[in-house]
Design a protein around this ligand. Structure first.
Ligand code: NI
Length: 217
């Protein structure tokens, strides 16, 4: 199968698998990540097939929905690509990206080895911040039955992936534990510029949230 057909077939497969999710990890999240990743990839001169397939498959079996198992994603992505006779090198590259992509807590570094990985990680992180990021964060919190906010519970800056996974805090804390940290963790210059705007929007949003919470707006 040529690369273009493989990408089209993968798109249809992922769309079918991920439609109808209400946690903010639905097909349209993947679609946005795919679109941003293509744009960043072009600007950075990354290999398009690796970028597109990694973006399309990056949440096919996320640890958040597989009892915390972070090997499920690369495993399923690898099986899909092998079943569709992708080149071994392409399969390895995509699986490596998917297995190293995720945010794992405020105190845990998640460096990406290749430019393709940097681009896809940036794209996934851009979709976690800004207006869309806010919407997704509350959707995920609702999906997990979490409070929007509790004034007595402060954020925790997790120092390892296990603690981050076990976290059940309210959604406003998640801004401090992850979302507001992402702009300084972007890999590419184009993503840094986009992140800056989205970050300011979140700061304004939180400002207004607390004014309203306290009856001052
Ligand atoms: Ni994602």
């Amino acid at each position: 199968m040529n690369t273009e057909n493989l990408i089209n077939k993968t798109r249809l497969h992922v769309e079918k698998e991920m439609t109808g999710d209400g946690s903010g990890h639905d097909w349209w999240h993947v679609f946005r990540v795919w679109s941003i990743a293509r744009k960043l990839g072009q600007a950075e001169g990354a290999d398009p097939a690796t970028v597109e397939l990694s973006a399309l498959l990056h949440d096919i079996a996320d640890w958040k929905f597989n009892d915390g198992d972070d090997s499920a994603g690369p495993k399923q992505a690898g099986e899909w690509l092998r079943a569709n006779s992708a080149e071994p090198k392409l399969i390895d590259d995509v699986c490596e990206i998917i297995s190293t992509l995720s945010f794992k807590g405020a105190g845990v570094a998640t460096p990406m080895r290749t430019i393709e990985g940097k681009v896809v990680q940036d794209a996934d992180r851009l979709d976690a911040i800004g207006a869309v990021g806010i919407a997704r964060t509350f959707a995920y919190g609702g999906h997990k039955n979490r409070l929007m906010y509790h004034p007595d519970e402060s954020p925790v800056l997790h120092q390892n992936f296990d603690d981050y996974k076990k976290n059940t805090g309210h959604t406003i804390n998640h801004f401090h534990e992850k979302l507001l940290l992402l702009k300084d963790r972007m890999n590419t210059d184009s993503a840094k510029r986009m992140a800056e705007k989205r970050h300011l929007f979140m700061e304004d949003y939180l400002d207004q949230f607390f004014k309203e919470w306290n009856g001052n707006a």
